[in-house]
Write a protein that binds this ligand. Structure first.
Ligand code: SAH
Length: 387
């Protein structure tokens, strides 16, 4: 049993059942024993592998997207480039390689402020170590000769407003790690789903209080005749909270030209009716029981892109239909970049590069399980390749 499990059990015994989103937040970000707090094993040897860790092409194409978006916004001298949940810093490293190349050709912003939104101290240190080489910045908060500044903050809502900067926000596999609330249909009412103690004293799901106010999407699900025991998941409260990422981005987008790129696994839901449980634990590239080892396993849940899009548009931000990861990467020139990387390489290296790049766009696989959402300030040109 983990020490977090012991603490959670005694808290539940003392205070009563805990909402699923609170449980998830504790498992991931508990200051002592949270998964992200104590582990640094993302990547091939870790519990799960993300697109930037698979192939450098992923981050490079996002770099090209950011550069093209900055140019479409009038190429101002100062760009603020933000990443939510940067993990090991690999994506930003690849993005910055593209910006450095463009700078040599004088087609990049003279002043580039890179803001990494990260809760955890150990993760920040890891990101600094990865990015130091790229920016030449040892302290992590000073400007270097190349005009690149690295800054860290724990929340997008804490970004100070800077009237002149164009802001581009990137988020790869960030929203799936945000706490998800669950509701369960019980006797024709939506009730909160909670974590309680089972008869054996172990953590177990239970049905909590009926919900007072319906979450967006719940009414449609009820109308569709949802049966007892069905689960409805929502991040609505978390993302639209005052300090949540949707509200924070909407604030930024109303003050300066801004674009947001969200890449994550999940789906859009055409009918607006979504039920089904997607909360999952992953350890060493395998699925595990959510309650098996709190704080030791990664927890995540599908991103409901319909919910995210509605929340952004309700907050006054312009949104476009999502693209699949395969569509997005193909439009940005995956094949051409791969051909350049392969040129002159020996057969084994070329083959490995090809295999990794294919994995990003595989269908079925990352190419269709991951979707890409773009949102931006009202009145600015919609960034390519979103229509
Ligand atoms: N984007 C990275 C890794 C994603 S893992 C990649 O593509 O490889 C999720 C990241 O988000 C981790 O760095 C984690 O520490 C951070 N994180 C999780 N919840 C967070 C929160 N609420 N606020 C800020 N960062 C968070």
């Amino acid at each position: 049993m983990t020490s977090l499990a012991t603490r959670l059990k005694s808290e539940i015994a003392r205070d009563g059942p805990m909402a699923v989103d609170v449980f998830m937040a504790r498992c991931l970000t508990d200051p002592q024993d949270g998964y992200y707090t104590r582990q640094t094993a993302l990547g091939a040897n870790g519990d799960f592998i993300t697109a930037p860790e698979i192939s450098q092409i992923f981050g490079e194409l996002i770099g090209i997207w950011a550069l093209a978006t900055w140019q479409a916004l009038g190429a101002p001298a100062h760009l603020r480039l933000v990443e939510l949940g940067p993990g090991r810093g690999t994506l930003m490293q690849d993005v910055l390689r593209v910006f450095c190349g463009a700078r040599a050709r004088k087609t990049a912003p003279a002043k580039l402020e890179v803001v990494l939104v990260e809760l955890d101290g150990a993760m920040r240190a890891r990101q600094a170590a990865t990015l130091r080489g790229t920016s030449g910045d040892a302290s992590g908060d000073a400007s270097d000769d190349a005009g690149v500044t690295l800054l860290w903050t724990d929340s997008l809502s804490k970004l100070r407003h800077d009237g002149t900067a164009v802001t581009i926000v990137l988020a790869n596999e960030f929203f799936d790690a945000l706490p998800v609330a669950q509701y369960v249909m019980s006797e024709r009412q939506w009730c909160q789903r909670v974590v309680a103690l089972g008869r054996d004293g172990e953590l177990a799901f239970a049905i909590g209080q009926p919900v007072a106010a319906a979450m967006p999407g719940m009414a449609a699900a009820s109308a569709a005749g949802v049966g007892d025991g069905q689960v409805f998941e929502s991040r609505h409260s978390v993302i639209v909270a005052t300090s949540g990422p949707v509200r924070a981005f909407a604030d930024i987008a109303s003050q300066c030209p801004a674009a947001l790129l969200v890449i994550d696994y999940g789906d859009t839901c055409a009918s607006g009716v979504r039920t089904g449980e997607t909360l999952q634990a992953v350890a060493a590239h395998r699925f595990a029981d959510v309650f098996e080892a709190p704080g030791m396993h990664d927890l995540s849940a599908h991103v409901d892109f319909s919910e995210l899009t509605s929340a952004l548009s309700d907050a006054g931000v312009a949104t476009r239909p999502t693209l699949s990861q395969a569509e997005f990467l193909a439009a940005l020139g995956l094949e051409a970049r791969l051909a350049t990387l392969i040129a002159g390489k020996d057969a084994a290296t070329a083959n490995a590069l090809q295999v990794d790049a294919s994995r990003l766009v595989a269908e079925p696989g990352m190419g269709d399980r991951f979707r890409v959402l773009c949102a931006c300030s009202q009145g600015i040109a919609v960034p390519y390749p979103f229509a």
